[in-house]
Design a protein around this ligand. Sequence first.
Ligand code: FE2
Length: 374
Amino acid sequence: MQRETLESIKPEVDFLPLNGTDHIEFYVGNAKQSAYYYQMAWGYELVAYAGPETGVREKASYVLKQGKIVLILSTALNANTEISNHVNTHGDGVKYLSLWVDDATKSYEETIKRGAKSYMEPTRFEDEHGYVIISGIHTYGETIHKFVERSNYNGVFLPGYEKPTHKINSTPVGLKHIDHCVGNVELGMMDEWVKFYEDVLGFRLLLTFDDDDISTEYSALMSKVVSNGNGYVKFPINEPADGKRKSQIEEYLDFYGGAGVQHIAVATDDILHTISELRNRGIEFLYVPDTYYEDLLERVGDIQEDVADLKKHNILVDRDDEGYLLQIFTKPVEDRPTLFFEIIQRRGAQSFGKGNFKALFESIEREQERRGNL
Ligand code: FE2
């Protein structure tokens, strides 16, 4: 494992300054019903809507917010559209990992100059609340990075969106912000995409995990984590590695139909509260055996939480030289074994839970086995 500190990236050479994640847009089969799930189970608030009632003819989009996290769920209204074809190929999944920038034109020009493939030239959208500039470039699979410049806009979300006319009383579960978004790419492609983030977006390689770190009896994977200059945006990239049986990354690639977003990690300040709420509302998490907790304190040292509480909710703990973190992973949130969520609480640690990989992957393999995909 290798590690570099973020201090080594000098702000004056950061040609792509990012303020963070602007939003994550999913293409889904039925956005109305997905929006209900994210409101009732996950506690997001519906803050904006675009669709036929607001003059949009080809799609319906629901904008959900909790803390700083903004998700959009978009669905096609007709066959043979970009969205319906995407859903047909991939199932429900992430289309846009959109980044919040001060200058979407410069972000586009700097990345195109360095080899990015254009998705959308800088385009101005406006309404009575001001204007935004949005541009976009391709990344792995059919996933897109949009650059969103919104300093001259004060409407409900973006031009074209309106306040929803019908809202459910959702109760937040304490989700604060996006911690990291992980991509799965094809065998042999991890280093190419790491190079893309380094060369084209000015990211820096933070961590490398090889199959010594992440292998179980059956399967293995390789992972590298890239971060932007200020550390607000972190993208781990996984590829399958040879194991006895089909790796979880291969299962994803088979069912997603190629590279795509594997999981989104969302941060909380109180993971025990967040997870007990989510469990009450029916969210399913990966199971780790009770033996994981037997020698937990010997492995991670003193922690503020009660081990019995962590065990009750199946929350994992890992420590690095800066502190510790608590984390847990959902089962896939669609019928295809593709995208899942991680809930993470950082108590100092800036790493990704390497000490939990083995327990975690054995748990994922138990699920793969149940699906007949191991
Ligand atoms: Fe993660």
